[in-house]
Ligand binder design. Sequence first.
Ligand code: UDP
Length: 435
Amino acid sequence: MADSSTQKLHAILVPYPLQGHVIPSVNLAIKLASKGFTVTFVNTQFVHHQTAKAHPEIGSDIFATVRGSGLDITYTTVSDGLPLGFDRSLNHDQFMASLLHIFSAHVDELIGRIVESGEKIHCLIADTFFVWPSKIANKFGMLYVSYWTEPALVFTLYYHLDLLKKNGHFGKKDRREDAINYIPGVAAVEPKDTMSYLQETDTTSVVHQIIFTAFQDVKNADFVLCNTVQELELDTITALHAKVPFYAIGPIFPPGFTKSRAATSLWPESDCTQWLDKKPPGSVLYVSFGSYAHVTRTELIEIAQGLALSKVSFLWVLRPDIVSSDVVDPLPFGFREEVNDRAMIVPWCCQNAVLAHPATGGFLTHCGWNSILESTWCGVPLLCYPLLTDQFTNRKLVVDDWKMGINLSNTTPISKEQVSDNVNRLMSGQSGGSL
Ligand code: UDP
């Protein structure tokens, strides 16, 4: 049994099992371990399986590539309750339900086993979207630290759901359409800029119930750590801090940003460096809609034709499942040949390496929060095309508040002419604001 007086602080860290949550959680684990913590990192078997397929060299340990640096991280996996072959993104509600009941029971069992072995765990760090952390932390006498991987603005909107309901901005068919201007520390937010879950008329889905419960549970957290930048969201953070022990600790990146990375990608990364090396500084538009969002085939075709019209060089991450239909290649017929001399199209890449490359001069993004933090860090301006969840709110921060990007389109449906015009505006540095 370990001597508790000499034992280092031990945190058990449980990320939400999606790419955009696993990456900042791995980075937090490395940061904590580099500050002297012992960390037990818990992945789902599904996420591990995907990661190991993408990085065969890691075997059973996603931290294998950073082990040499002496970090005290134990890596472990538990089942999320669904078979490995089950399509989690298509059957989202069943996936969520399984995380709620079966995954939580497995985490509970795992912690029980560690505690029984005589090892002290001081805190449970779990994603804010889980509904069960405070109960498990209480049961084992640990601190509960909630990890929020989206901006403070998104946190505070969810946190104040009761206030939104009371003021008629949420959960009614005839919702108010005027700006929300009563959330402490938040100037004003148009309803169209709130998270997609707040804009839906049916608020009885499994996802809604999970969000309501998670934001009740977070009220029991000893701390909330948020992967945002204090200076960028100061008013929101200060107002939140008066209610919850809320701390901005971001941006949390891997040490060296592109170097010393643990294996986190769920898909194999194509090497884009040689292609980028041949391009002039600031000349390439990087295009990616992240790990989770889908676009319609019509949208994709307009975007592709707009990129072709723009004459700009581009590197496009086109996930094979980006369009949720069975077409083998969703791109317009002849598009690949037409842009072949100035485009690289890959299924997945090392995004940090692309953003940090001198050839990259702009980023057409779905406004995932990690993408925004990474791009901002590299000084790459953003062309924003939000698709779901927090991405609408993130767009508002980037374009309206911080002037670090422009919208891809101000109307729907999107047209190839708008895409081409705005790509050229961004890449020629004529987008106004502080770009
Ligand atoms: N990412 C990557 N390679 C890619 C596309 C994305 O490594 O080809 C990483 C990206 O750097 C970011 C994460 O995947 O850290 C995506 O998170 P984000 O919050 O931007 O979007 P989400 O996937 O959650 O919608």
